[in-house]
Every structure is written in C-alpha cells, then in structure tokens.
Design a protein around this ligand. Structure first.
Ligand SMILES: *Cc1c(COP(=O)(O)O)cnc(C)c1O
Length: 398
C-alpha cells in the first residue's frame, strides 16, 4: 500500500500524477504509420529496408538488420556463434532480464559479474577476472547510455579470443561524434522498446561489421529461409524459398519501421531535450549531499536514456523504498534500474548467489531511483520532480 499522504501531511507537490515515462510521437510518425496501413504492405517490406539503410547511415555502420525486439537482436548475435552446452557467456548482473536470458536460450551458461559501484557498467577487470577455459562471449551493457570502457573490454576479449556482443539498448546515440556505439562493433544490439531513445513500440536492430554474420542473422530472423518475405512477394521475387536451417520469427513489421523512420529523423531533437533535462537535474542535485545526480564520466557522449540518481543513505533516515513511496505520494512516477540479476530467484537459486555475491551492483540497486526524463517532459513538470525530491530529502536528511 502506497501512503498517499504527502511527507509533510499537507498537499502533494502535484495534483495530478506525473508518469515516469511517455513516448514522444508527433504527426510525422502518425502519418507514416497511416501511409503504411493504406499501402497494403504491413509486414517486413519497403519501410523496413529504408529504416535499416537510414539506421546504418546514421551510425556509419557496415550492416544493420531490423528485428522485432532488442532481445531478438541479442539472441541472434549469439545464434551466429553456435554456442554449445558448457560454453560460458559473461554478463554483468546489473542489467535487464534480456541480457542473460538470451544466453540461456542458446544452452550456454551465463556467468554473472559485478560492475562499477557508481556507473553500473562492467569494467574490463570485472570481465577479465571471470574468464575461464569455456568463455566464448562477453555482453557489456552501456548502462543508462554511458559507454563502457570498450577499449579495455576489447583488449581483454582479443587477448582471450572472446567475442564481444554489446547490449546497446540504452546507447542510441552514445560515444564520440563520428564514432557512435555500433559503428565499429562486431555486434551491437539496439532496442526500440517504448522507453528507449528511439521507439517503434517494440523493435530492435542488430549492427555488425561481420558480413557473413549479417547474412545469417537476416536468414535466422525469418525461419531460416533463403529469401525474406519482401523478396518472396514483390513482383521481381518468386514463390520459392528454402529452409536452410531452423530459425526464428523475429522480423520487424513495416508498421513499426514507419515509426522508426520518423523517430530517426527526430533523434537529434529528441536527444537535445534529454541532454537539457539531465543538465537541469545535475544542477539541482549538486546543491545537496544526500543525493547524487546521474553518473556521467563523459556527459557529451552519454545517450541519457535513464536518469538514475543515487541516494547517500548514510545521510538519510529513510530507505530508497520509503523515498519512492514519498515521491509517489507527491504524484511523481519513478522506476528502479536495475534489480540485479543475481537477486532474482532463477539466478539466485541456480547459482546460489546472495545479495553480497556482487556487492557493487547490490549497493547501487539499494540507492538507485530513476527519475522522469523524456522528450516532451514539460519544464514545469520537471520542476515538480525536483521540488518533490528536495522536499522529501530535506525531511529525511540527518
Ligand atoms: C530494453 C532492454 C533490452 C531489451 O530490449 P527489448 O527491445 O525490450 O527486447 C535489453 N537490455 C537492456 C539493458 C534493456 O534495457
């Protein structure tokens, strides 16, 4: 039960609930989707091809294959590597379900590792310490949109012959201009889920420098068929196909790609809003010591998908959960990123983990609150978030 009474017993900062997230959809996206609906072609077709080309051009990537989720992109990257039972894939514990679940799909074993205590990113040292004779792959996650130390991770991976599959779900666009995440990646997997920086409702994109892997991903994304649906049904195509290997049903629809095309055109404008909002939060939270603004080593290279604050619990008389309850009573929606994988029943019981097995990730989890940050969040609404956080912090400060 959430306590609806504001922390001071008075009226809440906001009369109406402010959602943690709302997607930014404008007339251009709506028109493009309607155009698709009227076109007679709903599934994978011309808009998916255009979206792939535009995405590839945007990143300067070599190959881009659209799929129906970020999870599918991660799974297909692993599928090209023909992992076997007993093989191991290193995954940070501080991530979303998808990152390790796809390893389980392949029959290989996920090997969880700890992360940097403030950024939540896996460090090269976390990765290197977990390498064993059967380690085949590592999946770094660019948490919140802050790029991992990829030079360090690639160096360790190359030394041990390990393939790097980047979980870039939060990382569009991230990294230095001209060298965005995905441009030179062996594999980088993006998500277009509703809360991501670019959304198609549900969707994903796999980018790869490996042409052979790209061809296989494309085939595996549609039942392992030798031709995709576009090739099969357009005038120049044919009815004939061959099943070259068993695949999956992971193709993106043209309806979703229509959204993606217009979102990609707006990405610069959408990012500018995220960056400005993050700077405003940073400024407000630098005034007090019981909270730390989102961690950003290189703010100008950060995708700002999430704005994760960390409470300094030793300076507060409340827990993170109590702080969230109080925010909710002020009508502010929040989220928590992430409940580390190792405390979830499946991983905890399978590997016998305790919360302290990965102390940095667990400590980060206990201190973290994700605040509303999204294009379209009005300045007055963000002001309410800041006011509510300050009011609650002041009342719990030691
Ligand atoms: C969103 C997300 C994914 C998966 O994306 P879907 O498109 O929802 O399948 C993977 N990893 C991380 C870290 C994510 O946040």
């Amino acid at each position: 039960m959430v306590d609806r009474l504001a922390i001071d017993g008075g009226s809440p900062v906001r009369a109406e609930y402010l959602p943690y997230f709302r997607p930014s959809i404008e007339q251009g996206e709506i028109d493009e989707v309607v155009d698709t609906l009227r076109s007679g072609w709903l599934t994978t077709g011309p808009k998916v091809r255009r979206f792939e080309e535009a995405f590839k051009a945007y990143l300067g990537a070599r190959n881009a294959i659209a799929v129906n989720s970020g999870t599918a992109a991660l799974h297909l990257a692993l599928a090209t590597l023909d992992l076997e039972a007993g093989d191991e894939v290193i995954v940070p514990t501080y991530t979303f379900a998808a990152t390790a679940e796809v390893v389980v799909y392949t029959g290989a074993a996920p090997v969880l590792v700890d992360v940097h205590r403030e950024s939540g990113n896996m460090r090269p040292s976390d990765f290197e310490a977990a390498i064993g004779p059967r380690t085949k792959v590592v999946i770094p996650v660019h948490v919140a949109g802050q790029v991992c130390d990829m030079d360090g991770i690639n160096e360790v991976a190359n030394k041990h012959g390990i393939v790097v599959v980047e979980d870039a779900a939060h990382a569009l666009p991230a990294g230095p201009a001209g060298d965005l995440v995905g441009r030179t990646s062996r594999f980088a997997c993006f998500s277009f889920y509703a809360t991501k920086n670019l959304t198609t409702g549900e969707g994903g994109m796999l980018v790869t420098t490996d042409d052979e892997a790209a061809a296989r991903v494309k085939r595996l994304s549609l039942h392992g068929l030798s031709h995709d649906a576009w090739g099969r049904y357009d005038d120049a195509g044919s009815w004939y196909y061959e099943i070259e290997e068993p695949g999956y049903k992971y193709n993106l629809t043209d309806i979703a790609a229509a959204l993606g095309l217009r979102q990609l055109e707006r990405l610069g404008e959408l990012q500018a809003e995220r960056v400005a909002q993050a700077a405003r939060y940073d400024g407000a939270f630098s005034e007090v010591s019981w909270i730390e603004g989102a961690h950003a080593e290189r703010p100008d290279e950060h995708a700002r998908n999430l704005y994760i604050v960390r409470l300094n619990l030793q300076e507060l008389t409340c827990t993170r959960n109590r702080f969230i309850e109080a925010l909710s009573a002020e009508n502010i929606g929040t989220s928590v990123h992430f409940i580390p994988l190792h405390v979830h029943p499946y991983y905890r019981d399978r590997f016998g983990f305790t919360p302290e097995s990965f102390p940095n990730a667990f400590s980060l989890y206990e201190r973290a609150i994700s605040l509303p940050l999204y294009p379209g969040l009005a300045a007055a609404d963000q002001g309410d978030v800041i006011e509510a956080v300050m009011k609650i912090g002041a009342s719990f400060a030691r």
